[in-house]
Design a protein around this ligand. Structure first.
Ligand SMILES: [Fe+2]
Length: 387
């Protein structure tokens, strides 16, 4: 998140001596940076040297389940139909993927003391149902229903839930950072008056005392399609202080302040985050278009450069029949889509909507996995036929 934060103790000047209480051993400075040394970064001060590792082993190949014969068609799949179990990272079921974007859901059923790091992809973890604390080297971040937690690539973290009943996560991975759109920010980077959110809406980590413990600590690393286990000789959350612009943060979907128009406004009006290869948009409760003859439901459209993915969070979605919470629809590029029979007519004269949903428009085609095949509503692609 691009605003400056300083937590804990840091030396007066970067890249200078910073001694522990004994006056002779150094805290270990680590620059955590993006785009080489040119993007946003943070500087962390550790009790121990960050590269220390005792053992490295590959624990499994990721279970790739691409459905190669999947036809080009519309998909509606109910992610809840694919039960999952495991901890905050192992419970993920992957539904859609390409080299820039991976979309999963997870029903977390158990706690773990293992730490996790996605080495090659940034993550958004949307907490559909669940509450607890997200721990990282940067401190602790409490989370609750409908929080987006944005995790920079390479962050070591652990999630602890208040209880392990009925947890549901929607996870988006990206090979490029999740960014706030430039047109929401002024020349100094501050969010503008007409942006749908403000700095105050974002939660940032709270300082956590460094954990000074030696022993054996297990870190799971996701590296493309391979999973590694590192045995660390010290606790990874050993940071005495840090400052900078790069850290995990959160934003609650209910804080998004939508914009409305006289006539139907296209999806970019709902933008939340952008990456180089896809965007994330929020559909939240809002007043409908106020022209007396307006049609609130969208017109049919062919986005020849976008695969459209919608994850349904809550409420009736105005343009879709049969979707429910945790459903995902995929409307791929190359074929037109829009409201199903009756939905357009039913929207006329309506004043508002209570829907909550998250949309991902991907500029490169997403492959579907066998998890889609296992959970799909079979006849969805015929649901535009008028009977
Ligand atoms: Fe669309």
């Amino acid at each position: 998140m691009p605003f400056y934060i300083k937590l804990g103790n840091v030396p007066h000047k970067r890249h200078t001596t910073f001694y522990k209480q004994d006056g002779k051993s150094l805290y270990r400075e680590e620059l955590f940076s993006t785009k080489g040394f040119s993007g946003i970064y943070s500087i962390k001060y550790h009790l121990y040297m960050p590269p220390q590792v005792e053992n490295i082993k590959e624990i499994q190949k990721e279970n790739l389940v691409e459905w190669k014969e999947a036809p080009l068609q519309y998909y509606h799949f109910v992610t809840e139909r694919k039960k999952s179990a495991g901890n905050f990272y192992s419970a993920r079921n992957e539904f859609l993927r390409n080299s820039h974007c991976i979309i999963s859901t997870a029903q977390v059923s158990e706690d773990t003391d293992i730490f996790y790091r996605n080495s090659f992809m940034h993550e958004i973890i949307f907490i559909h149902h669940g509450s607890g604390v997200f721990y990282s080297e940067y401190g602790q971040l409490t989370f609750e229903d409908w929080d987006y937690i944005v995790v920079p690539k390479g962050t070591t973290y652990q999630m602890k839930f208040n209880n392990y009943n009925n947890i549901k996560l929607f996870v988006i991975e990206s090979d490029t950072p999740f960014e706030i759109p430039n047109h929401y920010r002024n020349e100094y980077g501050q969010l503008k008056e007409d942006a749908p959110y403000y700095e105050r809406d974002f939660k940032v980590p709270k300082f956590m005392e460094p954990v000074d413990k030696k022993g054996k600590f297990s870190l799971t690393l996701k590296v493309n399609n391979r999973i590694f286990e590192y045995e660390l000789p010290h606790h990874p959350f050993d940071v005495i202080g840090w400052d900078g612009f790069l850290y995990p943060y959160s934003f609650n979907l209910k804080e998004y302040a939508p914009k409305v128009g006289k006539l139907h406004l296209p999806p970019p009006i709902h933008l939340m985050f952008i990456t180089e290869h896809f965007v994330v948009c929020n559909f939240v409760p809002r007043l409908f278009d106020f022209h007396p003859d307006s049609i609130p439901a969208p017109y049919y459209h062919s986005n020849v450069d976008s695969d459209e993915v919608i994850y349904y969070v809550h409420g009736d979605f105005m343009s879709r029949t049969g979707v429910k919470e945790t459903s995902i629809t995929l409307h791929p590029m190359g074929i037109p889509h829009g409201p199903q029979p009756g939905k357009m007519e039913a929207s006329i004269g309506k004043k508002d909507t209570e829907e909550y949903a998250i949309m991902i428009d991907s500029f490169s085609h997403l492959s579907v996995t066998k998890n889609v095949k296992d959970t799909m509503v079979e006849d969805y692609h015929h649901s535009w036929l008028e009977k």
